[in-house]
Write a protein that binds this ligand. Structure first.
Ligand code: SF4
Ligand code: SF4
Length: 284
């Protein structure tokens, strides 16, 4: 079972929910932090890192000895990552999306592939919790391939929680696609509602069942609750604005460990999600 914890807007408490949920469930759980531009789940989990390795994506390199400057590579590239100017072929690796199209069309077999570093992936554990995250290289613009690499560590024998990046663009889709459930963390403010609507629309396209956690639930207004009712989105947990929770968070600690009364609530959240997934599967 894969649960992706997402949020349209950053700063809603997504990582707090993902980490506390993962730790509450117990054994046979893995947490994949796919927020590769700004991974921070490790600050709360403090995993023992066992493996660290660089991740590369293929980009073209040209053998100008073989090239006849026909421009077929430049014509097929939708991302302007190759240009042929007179008898010179220029490549722009940072623009390349690694589709392999140029390699395929080259009539002279003048294009081979080399690697552009995307970032680093780190694998570890904390007691019985398996952990993996990616760190995007500074200056690297494409995070989905690194997110997919982190997700390749999904183990079918474990319950998987994905901490997705915020937003509604390609990176979050890469972190949600194929999940059994998307847990959307939001806050009851006009900004929270605006970004929640965008995120829910994206999840609808992916046809994944969704539920909400409302963080700082006793501030703001009723807009999110009204929207949830209209869209038939279950509100699975509400976390009030509590100075003690904020203090625990600011010390890099887990709420379920510092305030044990929350552990049962997170276990309850997990059970509720499990029920919703079973109901969905029975309907299919
Ligand atoms: S397709 Fe191959 S032969 Fe043609 S310009 Fe590109 S690299 Fe050269
Ligand atoms: S691999 Fe695809 S994106 Fe990259 S340069 Fe070749 S055609 Fe362009």
């Amino acid at each position: 079972m894969i649960i992706s914890v997402a949020s349209g807007k950053g700063g809603t408490g997504k990582t707090t929910v993902a980490t506390n949920l993962a730790v509450s469930i117990g054994s046979d759980v893995q947490l994949l932090d796919c927020d590769v531009e700004e991974p921070n789940a490790h600050l709360f989990i403090n995993p023992v890192i066992e493996l660290s390795k660089k991740v590369y994506t293929p980009v073209p390199q040209i053998d100008e000895e073989k090239c006849n400057f026909c421009k077929k590579c430049a014509e097929i590239c939708r991302f302007k990552a190759i240009a042929v100017i007179k008898e010179t072929v220029l490549t722009f690796p940072e623009l390349c999306h690694s589709c392999g199209g140029c390699v395929e069309v080259c009539p002279e077999k003048a294009i081979t592939e080399t690697g552009r570093e995307l970032g680093v992936i780190e694998i570890g554990h904390r007691n019985h919790l398996s952990f993996a995250h990616g760190r995007l290289r500074i200056g690297e613009a494409m995070s989905p391939p690194l997110i997919r690499k982190v997700r390749s560590y999904t183990r079918s024998d474990q319950f998987t929680i994905i901490d997705a990046p915020p937003g509604t663009s390609c990176p979050v889709i890469a972190a949600m696609k194929g999940a059994d459930f998307v847990l959307m963390v939001t806050e009851p403010t006009p900004f929270g509602l605006h970004d929640l609507k965008l995120a829910v629309e994206a999840v609808k396209i992916l046809e994944i069942p969704t539920g909400l956690v409302i963080n700082r639930s006793d501030i703001g207004d009723d807009g999110v609750r009204t929207y949830a009712k209209t869209e038939n989105l279950p509100i699975l947990m509400e976390i009030p604005f509590d100075r003690r929770i904020a203090e625990v968070y600011s010390r890099g600690r887990l709420v379920v460990e510092e305030m044990p009364e929350w552990k049962e609530r997170f276990i309850e959240l997990y059970r509720h999600i499990e029920e919703l997934i079973h109901c969905q599967n029975n309907r299919l």
